[in-house]
Design a binder for this molecule. Structure first.
Ligand code: SF4
Length: 268
């Protein structure tokens, strides 16, 4: 079975994927990936508090009270996740305090955005507490789908249940000026294929949420994207079944920040 992330890993560097999947060479977490993992974990774990916060939200509560509750949640989850990553951070020469100072403004802004969204919704619909919770658009977090037909596994950040199933991938890194990065298009496209097969429904779109700029960008499935993904699955499978290492990437910038560069460059 391949994972959807193997497809994007292949697009990044097929040789690196081969080292990881076939030769079981693990890369030490790099600075950007540690920060990305912390951010992702904070989103995931703090999202689990939504229900309790919304249930406790009454007509008398102000926007400031709601925002303060979200600040507290983000603060405690962020501190926990930074402590959890302490070893990896220190291995990269990074201090936990510096990481906190870098990431905290991001989550302060997130607390503001989230509380404003729930507050405005409550004001608009005039519902609070449990009724507000029930009025929210429903979604399934961290949905794992396995396709025997495609021999592919995907873990989708979130599936929004709005007139069907809409896969949503949360990205904490930079966003392109327009549209989405190619890897993200392939990832969402693959999730659309998995969801369509699993639920037996036509699903035509998905989204990437770029949290750094607070934008949600749409990806529409089409026959070309579908063919591209199916071809890519085959290419990845062929590469991983080969006996020899794939060639190095031509993008030297990727090698400069690669955690297995020494091992890679010592091989032909
Ligand atoms: S050093 Fe470069 S070619 Fe080698 S695995 Fe890393 S990114 Fe790929």
């Amino acid at each position: 079975m391949l994972f959807v992330t193997d497809l994007t890993g292949y697009m990044y560097c097929s040789r690196k994927l081969y080292f990881s999947k076939v030769l079981h060479v693990r890369e030490k977490p790099q600075e950007q990936s540690i920060k990305g993992t912390i951010k992702h974990a904070v989103f995931e774990h703090s999202g689990r508090e939504d229900k309790d916060i919304i249930f406790a939200f009454t007509e008398k509560d102000t926007l400031e009270i709601l925002e303060m509750k979200y600040r507290k949640v983000y603060y405690s989850v962020l501190m926990f996740q930074i402590q959890r990553a302490k070893k990896d951070l220190e291995a990269q020469g990074l201090k936990t305090l510096e990481i906190y100072q870098e990431l905290w403004p991001f989550f302060l802004a997130e607390a503001k955005t989230k509380s404003l969204y729930f507050y405005n919704l409550a004001e608009e619909k005039k519902v609070y507490g449990e009724k507000l919770w029930l009025a929210l658009p429903k979604s399934i977090p961290e949905l794992r789908i396995v396709s025997e037909k495609l021999q592919l596994v995907g873990v989708i950040d979130r599936v929004d249940l709005v007139d069907g199933f809409i896969p949503v991938e949360i990205k904490t890194g930079s966003a392109p000026r327009d549209g989405v990065w190619k890897e993200h298009m392939i990832q969402i496209g693959a999730y659309i294929l998995l969801l369509s097969e699993h639920y037996g429904k036509d699903i035509s779109e998905g989204y990437v949420e770029y949290r750094a700029i607070n934008e949600r960008r749409k990806i529409v499935m089409n026959p070309f994207l579908k063919d591209e993904i199916l071809e890519l699955i085959q290419k990845v499978r062929n590469t991983l079944n080969r006996k020899e290492l794939p060639a190095k990437t031509n993008d030297i910038k990727k090698c400069e920040k690669c955690g297995i560069r020494d091992i890679c460059f010592s091989q032909v």
